[in-house]
Design a protein around this ligand. Structure first.
Ligand SMILES: [Zn+2]
Length: 444
């Protein structure tokens, strides 16, 4: 399986291959591999993922088995947020996640992404390397782009080189220049380390040519020189500025590409395409645009309760509370169990100080769909307002069991645990929420 699945393994010297085999065996057998929902994690998947992670640490003097990592969560497709979570947070990257590494927690990966990369769909990118780099980064203190380096001198050298390279990338991205390193690395120092690691193992020749000092720093940390064994992916290093080959908008951003989205939408029935466009607007926090789209849909079909409910959410975001209430009621007159309308109306009522009425709506939403994360989250917020933190924790545990990456659920559970005096756990939850969505304005 390693031979077939892991490109790096095929090129490694025999002695390093043995190390990779050993580490892969231990990881595949001893970690907890959890599939999301009904998704079954096969041995092939385990070996493919563990094998790539093993390559990263196969240069370490002492064999390292990712001891601090207990669980890997594997999604069949993209790791996705619900429209509801997204509608509350304009910064949330809707449906864009290929993986997450929790600080002191599980690594979450999209098998769809891993598989596409194996097929060579995105040269230079590797989500497994990316997420495991975050994990290594978090082994000593924060996930801040500084992995454990041992002695002071190496640390100083690391900071000097990576800080300069990081700022260089930030500057290039601001100016819109093409770079070898994924633009996503300019987000913060942790992403920079993860992106540089991807490049180090995927495009070592190119990285060494363009960023010699960064390459040396990474070779010093990983204790290996992939140039020695990995064949060059490109025959010659093309000039990124002219060839366009390495023009890097980052695969995470590329998915938001308007042209690609328009193409997909054109293939859909008009109503569905419009609805998808409205959801997109809502998720990106463009409530006014969402309102226009859902209004067109409602005009076309006044009994389209999905569009009514989503228009209510847009109205709510715009502070048009009366209009939101009218839309919720209209949607619920058509379908009394419309989850979205129940959740929006619950929020409206909570805002109005009518916690009991809000609770009735949220109860109904949870009853109609016990696994719905939006409904659980809405009810948990009401429990918190009613000073019932224990009930809130129960709902949020349920929500997080469904969506282990729901940042808002971690945040609310943190608040609930604070109210219960469980301060250590509370801070951990809140830190997780911020780790998952660092750009969001978390009002504590
Ligand atoms: Zn990352």
């Amino acid at each position: 399986m390693l031979q077939r699945r892991v490109r790096h393994y095929r090129s490694l010297p025999a002695e390093q291959q043995r190390r990779v085999e050993h580490i892969t065996q231990v990881m595949a057998a001893e970690k907890e591999w959890a599939g999301v929902g009904d998704f079954r994690v096969t041995e092939d998947m385990r070996v493919t993922i563990a094998g790539q992670a093993a390559v990263m640490v196969s240069g370490f003097q002492e064999e390292y088995f990712f001891d601090r990592l207990d669980t890997l969560v594997i999604h069949p497709g993209t790791v996705q947020f619900t429209a509801a979570q997204a509608s509350r947070n304009p910064n949330l990257p809707a449906g864009l996640l290929d993986g997450i590494a929790w600080h002191h927690g599980p690594v979450v990966l999209s098998w769809g992404r891993v598989r596409r990369e194996l097929k060579g769909h995105s040269p230079g990118r590797n989500v497994v390397l990316h997420e495991f780099a975050h994990h290594l980064d978090g082994l000593c203190g924060d996930m801040d782009g500084a992995p454990p380096l041992g002695d002071r001198q190496r640390q100083r050298r690391w900071y000097a080189v990576t800080e300069a390279e990081y700022l260089r990338l930030v500057g290039a991205v601001r100016r819109g220049e093409a770079t070898l390193l994924d633009h996503y690395g300019a987000k913060n120092r942790a992403e920079f380390f993860a992106v540089a690691t991807e490049c180090f193992f995927e495009l070592p020749h190119e990285l060494a040519e363009r960023h010699a000092q960064l390459y040396a720093a990474l070779a010093d940390f990983y204790r290996q020189d992939p140039r020695r064994w990995l064949p060059r992916l490109t025959p010659t290093l093309a000039d990124p500025a002219t060839s366009g080959q390495w023009v890097n908008i980052g695969y995470r951003d590329r998915r938001r590409d308007d042209v690609a989205r328009m193409r997909a939408m054109r293939a859909m029935p008009t109503g569905d395409a419009l609805f998808a466009l409205g959801l997109d607007h809502l998720q990106m926090g463009r409530a006014a645009e969402a309102l226009r789209v859902f209004t067109a849909l409602v005009q076309n079909d006044p009994r389209d309760e999905e569009s009514l409910a989503h228009r209510a959410a847009a109205q709510f975001q715009l502070g048009r509370l009366d209009e939101a209430r009218v839309d919720c009621n209209a949607a619920l007159a058509i379908d009394p169990d419309d989850i979205k309308a129940l959740c929006v109306r619950a929020e409206l009522q909570l805002d109005d100080g009518q916690a009991e009425a809000a609770l009735a709506d949220a109860d109904r939403a949870v009853e109609a769909s016990p696994g719905n994360v939006e409904a659980r989250l809405a009810r948990a917020r009401i429990w918190l307002t009613l000073d019932r933190p224990r009930k809130a924790v129960a709902d949020l545990n349920e929500a997080l069991g469904r969506e282990p990456y729901a940042a808002a659920a971690y945040f609310e559970r943190g608040r609930a645990k604070r109210a219960l005096g469980r301060h250590g756990e509370a801070e951990q939850d809140i830190a997780r929420a911020k780790l998952l969505e660092p750009d969001r304005d978390w009002a504590e």
